[in-house]
Design a protein around this ligand. Structure first.
Ligand SMILES: NC(=O)c1ccc[n+]([C@@H]2O[C@H](COP(=O)([O-])OP(=O)(O)OC[C@H]3O[C@@H](n4cnc5c(N)ncnc54)[C@H](OP(=O)(O)O)[C@@H]3O)[C@@H](O)[C@H]2O)c1
Length: 266
């Protein structure tokens, strides 16, 4: 008789699953038997990931191309999922992007787009699936924030603020779900090897030269394990955890200077 796996019969919706951390988060769920719904804008890449995961782990993997940055994109995706007769037990809100540079002179659409994707779509999807999770007392939400969530980020202000929102929202939901069986975790990666840096334009900052980025699978595995353990917050790597733990003890002005310095081009 085939062995049962932790995720058998359940489905995880993973956003940003065409590249980077999202691909490996989807793999973590698939390897434990969860069916996966994979979402991003690039359909061909999603299809490749879906084919690989379905074959390797004998699960159902459904790619759905969608722009979650578009207003109402989360609800449209949920409608499409319903139309296909699929259900969602776990929401993995991973899709996101950053944009480096001073707020002065920045492109308004790019700045507001970060809020739309990193925060608005994340809330929208969580809001759709949360009531059933709470009613059934199972499943949950894994949100991907960043170590940027722990302090303001001069020269990358909106990205840092958008991730502070994700951390705050996730921790509040964790408390609201306490004792229900619904699990909530906020994964806070530090620099990780992915296309993120390319899009964010952070490749030439002091911060980018300050350490070695972590591989995506190590980051994803930490997030997955944290979610399974209902760990409220997971910061990847000792160095990132240590730095984040110092933040509350630093005078705010000093902290702001340090972050500005790290976000400055070399
Ligand atoms: N890499 C890092 O250093 C780092 C550090 C801390 C936190 N994070 C966070 O980790 C998460 C994943 O980032 P990553 O490093 O894996 O970056 P990535 O390689 O750039 O992947 C981003 C994913 O999001 C998808 N995406 C982007 N815009 C989208 C949209 N409008 N609608 C739907 N999907 C969209 C991308 O696919 P398409 O382009 O095909 O849509 C891709 O699958 C993000 O939330 C990021 O803020 C990353």
């Amino acid at each position: 008789m085939a062995q049962t796996r932790r995720g058998d019969g359940q489905t995880a919706l993973v956003t940003g699953a065409s590249a980077g951390i999202g691909v490996d988060l989807a793999e973590c769920f698939a390897s434990d038997g969860y069916n996966v719904i994979l979402v991003a804008r690039t359909e061909s890449a999603l299809r490749d990931v879906a084919d690989r995961l379905a074959k390797t782990f004998a699960i159902t993997a459904t790619p759905i191309a969608a722009d979650l940055g578009a207003i109402g994109g989360g609800q449209r995706l949920a409608d499409e999922i319903t139309k296909r007769g699929l259900s969602v037990d776990v929401v993995v809100n991973n899709a996101g992007y950053g944009m480096a540079g001073a707020f002065n002179g920045s492109d308004a659409a790019e700045q507001l787009g970060m809020i739309d994707l990193n925060d608005r779509a994340l809330v929208e999807l969580t809001h759709v699936y949360w009531p059933a999770m709470m009613a059934n007392g199972r499943g949950g939400v894994l949100n991907v924030a960043s170590t940027a969530a722990f302090q303001p980020g001069p020269l990358m202000a909106i990205y840092y603020a958008s991730k502070a929102f994700v951390l705050s929202f996730s921790e509040a939901l964790w408390e609201e779900a306490r004792g229900t069986g619904v699990k909530v975790s906020c994964l806070c990666p530090g620099p990780t090897v992915s296309k993120f840096r390319e899009r964010a334009g952070t490749g030439k900052t002091r911060l980018s030269k300050a350490g070695t980025p972590m591989p995506t699978m190590i980051v994803a595995r930490m997030g997955y394990d944290a979610w399974q353990a209902n760990q409220r917050v997971a910061v990847t790597g000792f160095r990132n955890r240590f730095t984040a733990s110092l933040v509350p003890f630093l005078p705010r002005r000093v902290l702001l200077r340090i972050v500005r310095n790290l976000q400055s081009p070399i």
